[in-house]
Design a protein around this ligand. Structure first.
Ligand code: HBI
Length: 94
């Protein structure tokens, strides 16, 4: 199991993650991604799905047309871990 980040470590990590913020009332981080259209949004989700499988770390997300609302947390650890930071970076890349 990966270790939960301390509040300080989480705040430091968030500074490096463009567009991500702490979820209110939950130990998770979130970002809304906007794409040109549904096809572009879903292609991105497919690409991320393969990365998630490789990492064995899966996002919570909600898609409507060109918008994908993402929340990341490590359920096994009950909070935010390095896995969430890595996944957030992967999502920001693509
Ligand atoms: N994805 N976000 C997230 N958090 C987890 O704890 C997690 C996961 N994907 C798979 C996974 N854990 C496995 O270790 C099992 O718990 C299924």
């Amino acid at each position: 199991m990966t270790t939960k980040l301390s509040t300080k470590k989480r705040q430091e990590a968030l500074k490096t993650l463009r567009g991500w913020k702490k979820t209110k009332g939950r130990n998770a981080i979130e970002k809304n991604f906007i794409f040109k259209d549904f096809k572009t949004a879903f292609s991105w989700m497919t690409k991320i799905a393969f990365i998630a499988e490789k990492m064995d770390h899966h996002p919570e997300w909600f898609n409507v047309y060109n918008k994908v609302e993402v929340k990341l947390s490590t359920h096994d650890s009950g909070g935010i871990t390095e896995l969430d930071v890595t996944m957030a970076k992967e999502m920001n890349k693509s």
